[in-house]
Design a protein around this ligand. Structure first.
Ligand SMILES: Cc1cc2nc3c(=O)[nH]c(=O)nc-3n(C[C@H](O)[C@H](O)[C@H](O)COP(=O)(O)O)c2cc1C
Length: 388
């Protein structure tokens, strides 16, 4: 069978087949009833196009910039803290994105050191949570700056609501003999995945960017525990953090116009309209339903990004027509990574690029910068807003 895949849906099918069930379920993630998880995908499908048939542009342009970085298509990698999907992990993601000439967000819960990831793709933004005291946060920033990170993404949408009606996979504390024996049957029944790791060494399940330099890389739960015990940040804390980082600064997790305005007030360069891919508070609407009100509230004072549910180029075009400058993808590239490593990540970007191009052609647009709400058919009652 060819390693190339035609759609993100096919990459998803292959990932499901190839990954041990525990790893696969950790990527599906979601919370509670999974309403938000489902709505992120469903909502894109409710928006329509009516294509033109003549006077179409012979060339279509997708290039843009995000957080000061030039990218060849309006899609970047959203940070995901996942272990054990592929032996090259975030380095493979960074390389696949570099081949597609786009940028990546690197999670502070990632499995590879930031220095290796920046070497693979200089257009790397480092993502942090508000975790630990200010000195510890500063030490992480310092390391990211020294490594050459081009921007900071501060993710704020997490309410520790992690129960799932379909059950959560067990996440091992660390890789030791007990863990190996416990997960051996799953590994043995997915020989291709196991062989990939055996050639490189089993995943050590640590998060090398989570603790300040000089401390040993903590296991995932060490990093998560510190975060859980840290009081959530105030806007004052976030303004202080902004002052500590003298480059592009993005706030990820915005679902409300009032929060978007606060992000502008503290000097954010960008916001991402995000519900953490349906992993935060269930019943949060799909981000695409929330986007226009937020984009209108901030105008061009800040770059507006969106993530959640993007699986095809036409989804990207819909988000751009509704006010996003670019989108971030999560599971789409994780499926690609699981299906075919670095080439699989590149494959996903190729699929999105070609889907964006087709949508631009059908809509008669020569550039993503010409997209507008009038290009879409939006059903009555599609959008959701708060009264803020
Ligand atoms: C398995 C998984 C792990 C994630 N880990 C992080 C993380 O460490 N930091 C972060 O900011 N967002 C994290 N996210 C959220 C993604 O950055 C992004 O918001 C989300 O995946 C977008 O939705 P999509 O998967 O439908 O594209 C994670 C998402 C998934 C699915």
């Amino acid at each position: 069978m060819s390693e190339w895949f035609e759609t993100v849906a096919e990459a998803h099918r292959r990932a499901k087949k190839r990954l041990p069930k525990t790893v696969y379920k950790a990527l599906v993630a979601g919370s509670e009833r999974g309403l938000t998880l489902d709505d992120n995908i469903k909502a894109f499908g409710e928006i329509g196009f009516v294509p033109h048939i003549a006077d179409l542009p012979a060339k279509r342009d997708q290039a843009t910039t995000v957080l000061g970085q030039e990218i060849s298509l309006p899609v970047i990698v959203s940070p995901t803290g996942v272990q054990a999907v592929h032996p090259d992990g975030e380095v493979a993601v960074a390389r696949g994105a570099a081949e597609a000439d786009t940028a990546i967000g690197l999670s502070s819960f990632a499995s590879k050191p930031i220095e290796d990831v920046v070497a693979a793709n200089p257009k790397t933004f480092f993502q942090i949570y508000w975790s630990g005291n200010r000195d510890r946060i500063l030490a992480r920033l310092e390391r990211a700056r020294n490594a050459g990170a081009k921007g900071l993404i501060v993710t704020l949408d997490w309410s520790f609501a992690t129960s799932r009606d379909w059950g959560s996979p067990p996440i091992p504390e660390k890789m030791n003999l007990r863990t190996m024996l416990r997960f051996a049957p799953e590994g043995l029944s997915h020989p291709r995945w196991l062989w990939g790791f055996l050639r490189h060494g089993l995943p050590d399940l640590t998060t090398p960017n989570a603790f300040p330099p000089g401390e040993p890389a903590p296991p995932f739960f060490g990093a998560y525990g510190e975060w859980m015990q840290t009081p959530p940040p105030t806007w004052e804390d976030l303004a202080w953090l902004r002052e500590q980082w003298d480059g592009p600064y993005a706030i990820k997790g915005i679902t409300r116009p009032d929060d978007a305005r606060r992000a502008v007030d503290i000097g954010a360069t960008a916001i991402s309209v995000s519900n953490h891919g349906g992993n935060n508070l269930d019943s949060t609407p799909a981000t695409i339903r929330l986007l226009p009100a937020i984009a209108e509230a901030v105008g061009d004072q800040v770059e507006v990004l969106l993530d959640g549910g993007v699986r095809r180029g036409s989804d990207v075009v819909k988000a751009l027509a509704l006010g996003a400058k670019a989108v971030m993808i999560g599971r789409a590239y994780l499926w690609g990574l699981a299906a075919n490593g670095q080439a699989g990540v590149r494959n996903v970007f190729d699929i999105l690029r070609s889907g964006i191009d087709s949508a631009l052609l059908g809509l008669g647009k020569s550039s993503i910068h010409e997209l507008a709400r009038e290009d879409l058919i939006i059903p009555e009652g599609f959008f959701r807003t708060t009264r803020s």
